[in-house]
Design a protein around this ligand. Structure first.
Ligand code: SF4
Ligand code: SF4
Ligand code: SF4
Length: 443
């Protein structure tokens, strides 16, 4: 497979090796994040006029799902401010190299939790309350603050970035879909790693910290757990780390056999479909149930939500592959073939988000001038009238995304099936039916 090493370009390499450009972006992001928390807590309760809702759930979400994840994988994690205060506290430093003395408790993360089930649960919790979260500024402020404090708390108890690696609800799905991105961080020469003394990329050195994501860069084969923090580029004494451009979805050629990752694919796929039905579908009762958190209707909604994700979708998927021949046990076939749902789910999210973002993007213009909804008019745009944007491209773009996702999923299914010597027909049929449902929900 052809790759182009971006770090061969001196400007890119020097920018990534230096800590200062990244720190500058981090500080801007951290200020924006803290402002979003404050706006949520003290700004107007009208979501469409509050910075926390408009910039987090419309602007940031649009950039994340339509650009950052599909093209840069974990690129957002490279500049995300959430782990920063905890990491600075953990290291006792902002920029200076490590002094080797562990700060705070520095415990290893428990072995039985070294998977993404906690991330699956944290995402589902947000998903179940998302109707309220997406529209109520103070709830958004509280959730953003809780993520920041959880990251700080875990940094003082556990080593490295435990929050990012095992708990962050956003990081879980970015990691899943980062496998499809045309960018990767990998070693250049395996042999150099074999003979490298001390493995500073993992253990740290005077030049920098050991991998904050608890990954050994020398063994990286997929993007999922590399947070693109660039630390190993700084610590590797042999200049053996590269950032490469590569074909889309290169990581999916070797399907995962992990059930936590397979269920992540179902969670994301099912959530996109449920959101499309609840937020854009014609069923008012369904929407009311999602919004009225704590009522019996909401509990029924929550049960249906979880049943679709954990029983109905995986159940039909399993029925499809049950009769297919293969040397692997059913559980491994299930996990491997679920790889095909990764591109499908990503494109479902792209198609759903296009509706959501283009309908609400004009709120961004007004919120620029009046981010707290307090009657300011900083840039003269506070009175910009709400109107859906680019409505004429919406349906064609969504159709393209969904059909493209189906073709991408079918190709991935074929490769995964070849890898484990089984048939891809039932998985392709499953993806086809879900794509029809999604087309019906969105168009
Ligand atoms: S995993 Fe979550 S908190 Fe960590 S860098 Fe990524 S988005 Fe931010
Ligand atoms: S420091 Fe560099 S050469 Fe050594 S193991 Fe890590 S990536 Fe390989
Ligand atoms: S140190 Fe290297 S391998 Fe580890 S998260 Fe950072 S960029 Fe990825």
């Amino acid at each position: 497979m052809s790759r182009f090493e971006l770090t061969r370009i001196p400007f890119i390499k020097n920018t990534l090796k230096s800590r200062y450009p990244q720190l500058a972006v981090f500080i801007v992001m951290l200020v924006g994040y803290i402002f979003a928390i404050l706006a949520g807590l003290i700004g107007t309760p009208v979501g469409s006029h509050n910075f926390s809702i408009v910039f987090v759930w419309i602007a940031w979400w649009a950039i994340l799902i339509l650009v950052a994840v599909p093209f840069f994988g974990r690129g957002w994690c490279a500049v995300c401010p959430i782990p920063l205060p905890g990491e600075w506290l953990q290291r006792g430093a902002v920029l200076s190299p490590p002094d080797k003395k562990p700060k705070w408790l520095n415990l290893r993360w428990p072995k039985f939790l070294r998977n993404i089930w906690m991330q699956n649960i944290s995402f589902l919790l947000l998903a179940l309350f998302s109707s309220v979260l997406l529209t109520t500024p103070n709830i958004t402020g509280i959730v953003l603050a809780a993520m920041l404090f959880a990251a700080i708390g875990l940094s003082t108890i556990f080593e490295r970035r435990a929050f990012c690696r095992y708990l962050c609800p956003v990081g879980g799905f970015i990691g899943l879909y980062s496998q499809t991105a045309p960018i990767e961080l990998r070693i250049k020469d395996k042999q150099i790693c074999v003979t490298c003394e001390g493995k500073p990329c993992y253990n740290g050195s005077a030049n920098g910290y050991g991998c904050p994501w608890d990954v050994f860069p020398g063994g990286l084969t997929k993007n999922t757990y590399c947070g693109l923090c660039m630390e190993c580029i700084r610590t590797c004494p042999h200049d053996n780390i590269a950032i490469n451009l590569r074909p889309f979805s290169a990581d999916l050629a070797k399907p995962s056999t992990r059930m936590d990752e397979a269920f992540k694919a179902f969670i994301m796929l099912g959530s996109a479909m449920i959101y499309a039905g609840v937020l854009l579908g014609p069923w008012g009762a369904f929407k009311d149930a999602a919004y009225n958190v704590g009522t019996s209707a909401w509990f029924i909604y929550a049960v249906i939500f979880l049943a679709i994700i954990f029983v109905i979708l995986p159940g039909f998927f399993t029925l499809g592959i049950l009769k297919t021949k293969g040397s692997l046990p059913l559980k491994q076939r299930f996990a491997s073939l679920a790889t095909a749902l990764i591109p499908l789910g990503l494109m479902f999210w792209v198609a759903f988000s296009l509706s959501f973002v283009l309908t609400n993007a004009s709120y961004i213009i007004a919120a620029f001038s009046d981010p707290l909804g307090l009657g300011w008019n900083l840039f003269g745009t506070a009175n910009a009238v709400w109107q859906p944007m680019l409505t004429f491209v919406l349906a064609p773009a969504q159709t393209l995304a969904l059909v493209g996702g189906l073709i991408w999923s079918a190709r991935t299914a074929q490769k995964a099936a070849n890898e484990i010597r089984t048939s891809s027909i039932s998985v392709i049929a499953f993806s086809f039916i879900l794509t029809l449902v999604m087309l019906w929900l969105l168009l």
